[in-house]
Design a protein around this ligand. Structure first.
Ligand code: UDP
Ligand code: GLC
Length: 534
């Protein structure tokens, strides 16, 4: 069919050309684009040409299967034919008795310019549009080599677009190995000694001392960013260093905000620096919860930059076997029938492991597993030591499992999952992980946790830092197993519906494409319902 249409097109092109030129060559004068309306009715030849162009266009459409191509072809034809018209008009003026019709010449030139140039402009536009559909090349930045929640989220984001991404880390570690294991390219540009001790609470003196190494890293990022379409800062420090670097490299920046910018989490100076950087350097801010977004805005962050995208999770087809859970309990030293709560997450004061240990005093016979380690600061390491001391008072009911890459068996062998952050949790991956494991979850009523859990339906919420309330909630779950399994079941359903990784990856990809000015390919441009729980 296409082949036939292409042959017909060629015939029509020759015929159309003849139709267009015939009146100019013949006895009658032809005005291709007359100025007076009445002339259009009189000009039979014009209408013949017009009809020929119509047939020509339709055939071109059939031949190329694209209206846009056919339209471009007609424009081009119009341009060339009117150009020929003008040349012939001028040539005929040498025939005795025939003068140049200047209006005809101008009209012809106008038709020529409009036809040829608009066809070329359309062609260029469509080439650019086609190029825009390719995936943007993204340089992700993250300050740590350790595996915190923000890094686990980035691991999934980068893995989904491994062919078009690279992750630049400010520190080497197991995060780089994890990225490389899923096929993501990485590079490590280390921060100098002075700068790596600048944490969320750092004051002006510490920051000033770290300036030279920060500048050095910044220049490395500027250089790296030039080979990418977009820079994506995944952590606060990577925004402060990577934001200005992206600007210098002339690349747009997306900032994934995993933290609540408020007292308790950041010093005042750091809050201001963060918001300033985000406002001036970022084209978009992805907040991991409404609470995170609101804190950013309350600190002076631009609301119009924000999109809320929660963390996403892989939903495993199979959970842990009874045999594995039994041997895991045994290896931790938990009696096989003991009612056990799991608290997963890095050991840090604001995560509130001490609150659980305090509550455990009032929950007789309950055992607790603390999964995780002190990941980031000296204060965290000091806190971990305090926890060990506090645990001793509980007579062997607290089990420190350390940091584990494979966390599912720990969730599966527990009877309940506890989250006890004393400051508002920005999101709280461990809460969703507990829900997905089909366990009743108790969480601190603040921040992202309060968005994830609907009290009494998909879990229990207690006041942050309140060990008595936490103990009461634990006793309720321990003594009412029907209630415990009913909320656990509802929680599992909700978590599976709301936090599936694929929908979250699509949302993030759409922000990346929007910021980079690339169009979403048709297959992935579907409208995704907001996965964030109301
Ligand atoms: N986690 C882990 N191994 C451990 C302890 C925790 O992989 O030993 C994971 C946990 O499953 C969760 C993440 O670390 O996915 C912690 O994320 P969350 O958002 O709860 O807190 P964050 O530490 O990021 O503030
Ligand atoms: C940060 C937050 C945590 C969140 C994680 C992933 O580490 O502290 O609440 O779940 O990022 O967004």
């Amino acid at each position: 069919m296409k082949r036939f249409a292409r042959i017909l097109l060629l015939v029509l092109l020759v015929g159309g050309l003849w139709l267009a030129l015939k009146p100019t060559l013949g006895k009658h004068r032809f005005t291709f684009l007359p100025f007076r309306w009445s002339e259009y009715i009189d000009l039979m030849d014009f209408w013949l040409n017009f009809g020929a162009f119509g047939i020509l266009g339709a055939t071109a459409w059939l031949a190329f299967g694209s209206f846009a191509k056919a339209f471009r072809l007609i424009l081009l034809m119009t341009g060339f034919i009117t150009l020929l018209n003008v040349i012939l008009e001028l040539a005929q003026s040498s025939i005795p008795g025939r003068a140049v019709d200047i209006a005809d010449v101008w009209a012809g030139l106008l038709g020529c310019v409009l036809g040829i140039f608009s066809s070329m402009a359309l062609q260029l536009w469509s080439i650019r549009k086609k190029a825009d559909v390719t995936a943007p090349q993204v340089l992700f930045l993250d300050q740590t080599g350790r595996l915190g929640g923000a890094e686990l989220m980035l691991l999934d984001i980068a893995a989904a677009r491994a062919a078009d991404s690279e992750v630049l880390l400010f520190q080497d570690g197991e995060f780089r190995t994890a990225l490389e294991n899923v096929g993501v390219k990485t590079r490590v540009c280390t921060l100098g000694e002075e700068a790596s001790v600048v944490d969320k609470q750092a004051g002006l003196k510490r920051i000033l001392r770290s300036i030279p190494s920060i500048l050095e890293l910044m220049l490395q990022i500027v250089q790296a960013a030039r080979s990418f379409d977009l820079v994506y800062a995944n952590t606060a420090k990577s925004l402060v260093i990577g934001g200005p670097a992206a600007r210098l490299a002339g690349r747009p920046l997306v900032f994934h905000l995993h933290d609540i910018i408020a007292d308790g989490h950041f010093s005042t100076l750091n809050q201001q620096a963060l918001v300033l950087c985000a406002n001036f350097c970022a084209s978009s801010v992805i907040a991991n919860s409404e609470a995170t977004k609101e804190a950013f805005i309350a600190c002076g962050g631009r609301a119009e930059l924000c999109t809320v995208v929660p963390n996403g999770f892989h939903i495993p087809a199979q959970r842990t076997s009874a045999e594995t859970m039994k041997s895991l309990r045994a290896s931790l030293g938990i009696p096989s029938a003991a009612w056990t709560v799991l608290m997963a997450g890095r050991l840090a004061h604001w995560k509130g492991q001490h609150v659980l240990l305090e509550a455990l005093k009032s929950v007789p016979a309950a055992h607790a597993v603390l999964l995780g380690d002190a990941l980031f600061t000296d204060e965290d390491r000091q806190y971990a030591r305090q926890l060990h001391a506090q645990a001793e008072e509980l007579g062997g009911r607290v089990h420190f499992a350390g940091f584990q890459k494979e966390t599912m068996p720990y969730f599966d062998m527990a009877d309940a999952v506890v989250h006890a952050s004393v400051y508002p949790e920005p999101f709280g991956r461990v809460i969703v992980e507990g829900m997905l494991a089909g366990k009743p979850v108790i969480a601190s009523r603040a921040g992202g946790a309060a968005e994830i859990i609907q009290h009494e339906h998909t879990g229990l919420l207690v006041s942050p830092g309140n060990a008595t309330e936490l103990a009461d909630a634990l006793l309720r779950l321990q003594n009412n197993s029907a209630f415990a399994s009913s909320i656990a079941h509802q929680a599992q359903q909700t978590a599976q519906d709301v936090y599936a990784i694929s929908a979250v990856q699509e949302k993030i990809e759409s922000v990346i494409r929007q910021v980079s000015g690339r169009h979403q390919p048709e297959s992935t441009s579907s409208i995704i319902p907001s996965p964030c729980a109301a």
